[in-house]
Design a protein around this ligand. Structure first.
Ligand code: 4NP
Length: 157
């Protein structure tokens, strides 16, 4: 079973939405993939996702209400096959915790699946508007569609 981890800063906006989208899609397609998410910071450990992200998810057909925030840990390098960072700062903070090249090759920017090589960030919506939350949803919906296609083609294993 392939294990995929989504990582942002707080684990209450972007990474739970990425997690919920990919979880829903692998379930609908009955793919043997385990999905989870975490934050590089610990300020929201144990919290539900941000209410604005929950509402945006619900409006678009992806419930994330049952997810709870946790902090990324070094054990995640062993427990997961692919670790997707939502932006460059999260990417750097994950890499700082790595102990080997084998760990580092697991870490990728999620939007490089949609825009290869461009190193784009999923914008942090925390201080934003409803439109910013919708934009996060749309980007992650598209990026997770690419992840699903790669799983189906065997290029993510
Ligand atoms: P996330 O968004 O990293 O997408 O979960 C944030 C959540 C909380 C904070 C910043 C970003 N915060 O500063 O508390």
């Amino acid at each position: 079973m392939t294990r995929i981890l989504m990582v942002c800063l707080g684990n209450i906006c972007r990474s739970p939405m990425a997690d919920g989208l990919l979880r829903r899609k692998v379930k609908e397609l009955n793919l043997p993939i385990f999905v989870d998410s975490a934050g590089t910071a610990n300020y929201h450990t144990g919290s539900k996702p941000d209410e604005r992200m929950c509402q945006t998810g619900k409006r678009n057909g992806t419930s994330i209400d049952e997810l709870r925030a946790r902090q990324f840990s070094k054990a995640d390098f062993e427990d997961f096959d692919v670790i997707y960072a939502m932006d460059n700062e999260n990417y750097r903070n994950i890499i700082k915790l790595s102990a080997s090249e084998q760990h580092r090759t697991k870490v990728k920017l999620i939007l490089n699946e949609l825009y290869p090589g461009e190193n784009r960030a999923v914008p942090d919506p925390y201080y934003g508007t409803d439109n910013d939350f919708q934009a996060v949803y749309d980007l992650l919906d598209q990026a997770t569609d690419v992840v699903i296609t790669k799983i189906q083609h065997g290029t993510i294993r």
